[in-house]
Design a protein around this ligand. Sequence first.
Ligand SMILES: N[C@@H](CCC(=O)N[C@@H](CS)C(=O)NCC(=O)O)C(=O)O
Length: 233
Amino acid sequence: MRYHPKQRQHSYRMRFCVVHVFPLFRKNNPMKLYFSPGACSLSPHIVLCEAGLVFETEKVNLSKKITAGGKDYKTINPKGSVPALQLDDGQILTEGPAIVQYIADLVPEKQLAPVAGSMARYRLMESLNFISSELHKGFSPLFNSEVPELSKQMARDALAVRFDIVAHQLESAEYLLGGQFTVADAYLFTILNWTGMLQFDMHRWPVIATYQARVAARPGVRAAMLAEGLIKG
Ligand SMILES: N[C@@H](CCC(=O)N[C@@H](CS)C(=O)NCC(=O)O)C(=O)O
């Protein structure tokens, strides 16, 4: 059936009324984060806590792809990976770097991300992309028991080069982008947390250890870690 342009105008007008004129009709469920303890979903979990927003969480069994509520997780996120954020209108947003920026933009007063369109925002995206492609995915072989030791050592060596870059950046600032904690710190902290789990020797980078302790002490970070059972209260 063809869609008549008049019909379309009408439906947009209806939608405007429902959303803006009669806010009672707005779907107003709290956002829900699908997560696995200690996985990269800890990053948006931290950001939700830092944002002070009302949200729910649901744990996902990543090997079985089943949610704690018994749902086939692939019907929620066909990629099968965490994080996934269910928005208050029911939409599902995936990909950590997109999710954390979405949350940050809901609470601009918290300054979890610089203003969209500013040069500082592009610096944030630069950092998120580096963490995602160079650090986060650089860890993958270390979590895989099928990967031979030689390949694991190559992965460690590649990560060490990238930690040199991160350490250099942190020598002159408290947080990745300067004096302000941003969503990039939530993501970097999450990935750095894996070094402990994997007994990755970090003694070469004391500035990173100091940074980890600084971020770990933040109430929002503690709240997310506590909720995921990564620390004790
Ligand atoms: N590109 C995704 C990657 C997410 C990802 O790698 N998630 C891991 C946990 S850290 C996962 O769910 N792995 C299980 C799987 O993919 O089956 C993102 O940045 O959000």
